[in-house]
Design a binder for this molecule. Structure first.
Ligand SMILES: [Zn+2]
Length: 315
């Protein structure tokens, strides 16, 4: 250990390891300042601008539409009381305190928790008061539409980000270590929006609070489509007109887009002309004004035309 050269070697190795991120940082700074990057950025400015407009549109959808449905009967009146755990032995009970306050949590027996995992839709309808009637079906369908338009917008943003990255093709280390900074430098606003899939929980908490079990049902597009099918099987449509209408599911939305050749029925822009075009399915006469979910009352619109229309006609 007294050999001075071995000490120097160790020191050099340490300095080299420490230098890696510093060198990478300097290379990154150089890349973003380079002529090559700056001109690529200028060329894509229109693409970036449109990406950011869709980011705004996604937050509009998030704020304008409802993402809720049904309430647990155990939580319906909980706002009338306050809950406190007054047990003297509650020092480690925090984890297993029954959540009577949350509307999306149904407190029930262990048997119900287990049955709900086997037959989630039936239990969801029964315990969260989602009745098999036309009104309630319309609410579920409209939730499905909100989720599908937000999913569509967010997927579209990801596709656009991938295409921006591909057309610039930055050095590998940039995308590996500085992806967020790359998007920032490009002027791309990354959407912080997550899809607020409603979640319904069946929860059993033992009397002593020592154990708990839960089954969670998350309303993704697939779950919502299955729920719509199940509800419609149970509804005896009183008026034949309502019975004639189609179910507003993912399948119907893609049928309408195919029928319309993935072309906006207002401005005639199409996916063929613009591969990343965000298309939506619109009720020509809105549901709120008695419009039905029939193929004749449905049309494909691009997000811009649909946005303009939604701003004129409150949904
Ligand atoms: Zn259009």
């Amino acid at each position: 250990m007294n050999d001075p050269t071995s000490g120097t070697v160790v020191l050099v190795i340490i300095l080299m390891i420490a230098a890696v991120p510093v060198v990478r940082y300097i290379r990154m700074k150089r890349y973003f300042a380079s002529e090559e990057f700056q001109s690529a950025k200028a060329e894509l400015s229109a693409v970036v601008k449109e990406h950011n407009e869709i980011t705004d549109y996604a937050s509009e959808i998030r704020n304008r539409k409802l993402f809720e449905l049904g309430v647990s009967s155990t939580g319906g009146e909980s706002h009338l009381a306050t809950y406190e755990n007054t047990s003297r032995h509650n020092y480690k009970r925090d984890r297993n305190v029954a959540n009577f306050q949350a509307p999306n949590v149904h407190n029930c027996s262990l048997q119900v928790v287990r049955n709900a995992s086997g037959d989630p839709l039936t239990y969801l309808m029964r315990y969260f008061d989602i009745k098999a009637n036309e009104q309630s079906l319309e609410r579920v369908e409209s939730l499905g539409e909100s989720i599908s338009s937000l999913e569509g917008a967010i997927q579209n943003l990801h596709d656009r980000e991938a295409s921006i990255t591909n057309s610039i093709n930055p050095p590998k280390f940039i995308m590996k270590h500085y992806r967020t900074r790359f998007m920032e430098q490009m002027g791309v606003e990354l959407s912080p929006i997550e899809i607020p899939y409603p979640e319904y929980v069946f929860e059993y908490v033992s009397a002593g609070g020592n154990s708990s079990q839960r089954t969670t049902v998350k309303l993704t597009s697939d779950t919502i489509d299955a729920l719509i099918e199940k509800m419609s099987e149970r509804i005896r449509f009183r008026k034949s007109a309502a019975g004639q209408r189609a179910l507003m599911t993912t399948r119907l939305r893609s049928f309408i887009k195919d029928r319309d050749n993935h072309t906006c029925q207002t401005c005639t822009i199409s996916v063929a002309a613009e591969p990343h075009l965000l298309l939506e399915v619109d009720h020509i006469t809105p549901v709120s004004r008695g419009g039905m979910s029939t193929p004749e009352n449905l049309q494909t619109l691009c997000w811009r035309c649909n946005r303009t229309k939604s701003n004129k006609v409150p949904a």
